[in-house]
Design a protein around this ligand. Sequence first.
Ligand code: SF4
Ligand code: SF4
Length: 459
Amino acid sequence: MAHVLVGEPASTSPEHALIMQTSFTLAQLADPDLAEADKILRACVHCGFCTATCPTYVLLGDELDSPRGRIYLMKDMLENDRPASADVVKHIDRCLSCLACMTTCPSGVHYMHLVDHARVHIEKTYRRPLRERLLRALLARLLPNPWLFRLALRAAKIGKPFAPLFSLLGSKRTAAMLRLAPKRIRPRRKRQLRVITPQGERKGRVALLTGCVASVVTPEINEATIRVLARHGVEVVLARGEGCCGALVHHLGRDEAARSAARANVDAWNREIEGAGLDAILVTASGCGTMIKDYGYLLRTDPDYAEKARMVSGLARDVSEYVNQISGLRGEHAPPLVVAYHAACSLQHGQKITREPKEVLSKSGFVVKDIPDGHLCCGSAGTYNLLQPQLARALRDRKIANIAKVAPDVIAAGNVGCITQIAAGTEIPVVHPVELIDWATGGPVPGAMRRRMNTVRPV
Ligand code: SF4
Ligand code: SF4
């Protein structure tokens, strides 16, 4: 392995512009995941451009907490088929999987697939301390299951006032979980229509992901989406059998659990595709959208699912992509409020969607402002704010300070994780862009704004 460039600054010098040499054996390369890792590693030219936009490098200033440093650690671990060491685990665990490095990298290094594979390797070869194992097992069990998650949130609501006490006692993770638990949890809807027919002539038919965490924490986002779509002639189907996209367990290195969630969703949507047909599969949580758009890769070696998964990934759209191309969308009902648009990492870096959410908000009559340093993560990152609460909080505080610079009336973010993370640190209402679009096109005022209406001022 080449040397690890601890503390070395980013460089564009020719000696660094060398393609990384790898030495996987032929037997190792017979494993499709290692063959992919080899391809990714060989694309890296060590230039270090990615360090400047990596949130953990910005915070900690350690090369091993930068993309380039982590790439060296992963290369060494995978190439030598070494069990993960505590040190490697520490630096990989600190990675947010925000993918800012992928946006910056001039060589097209697919860091996401590499770090996902490293996490699986860590899960298989490293025995974490007991408390850590229990916490991870609990998160992997609770979060993808809306019924269990709702129960857990009810318990967390009771414990919420004790968050500062847990923090004082040194239990930062428990304190973080209690702080992030929403103050109000809507009761579960007894009956939910599976197919929502549009107003007027039907112009399209889409499936909408109900998901797991978002369906409990922010059900109003999908309700707003359904109203916007129905108002504009789009039939919405909530496919029977769909559920968690698998991203939460995937980021915990639980490969098989992620694949099994993906297969269930592929089956559910495939029945609709083969039945009445689908124009798109819409996702309102961009973390889930990034995952579903990658199902084709995740299931590429599964002969029963590879083709169907590719088709599902091809149909997956973030709600902003789809709504932005609806003709005749015009906001007439909402005041021209200043909206600070927070670009979720999974949307801007994972899916490369930067224009559509802002464009559709502007079309709807809002004054959209970018947040300074908008490429840096808010610290949410799936379960990151529960597992790495100190780093997550530092990133959140930084984000909120930057948001304050544009003095918005409201903050819009296209991912439930970011909404929860940012809302826990500010009095400014945080909503999903589609809730604002719903309001502007004839729907109700978004709930978070209604609750803080006295803080909203017209421009
Ligand atoms: S995914 Fe984000 S945190 Fe991880 S190395 Fe890349 S930029 Fe850094
Ligand atoms: S990942 Fe990309 S930006 Fe980072 S060092 Fe490698 S080639 Fe350069």
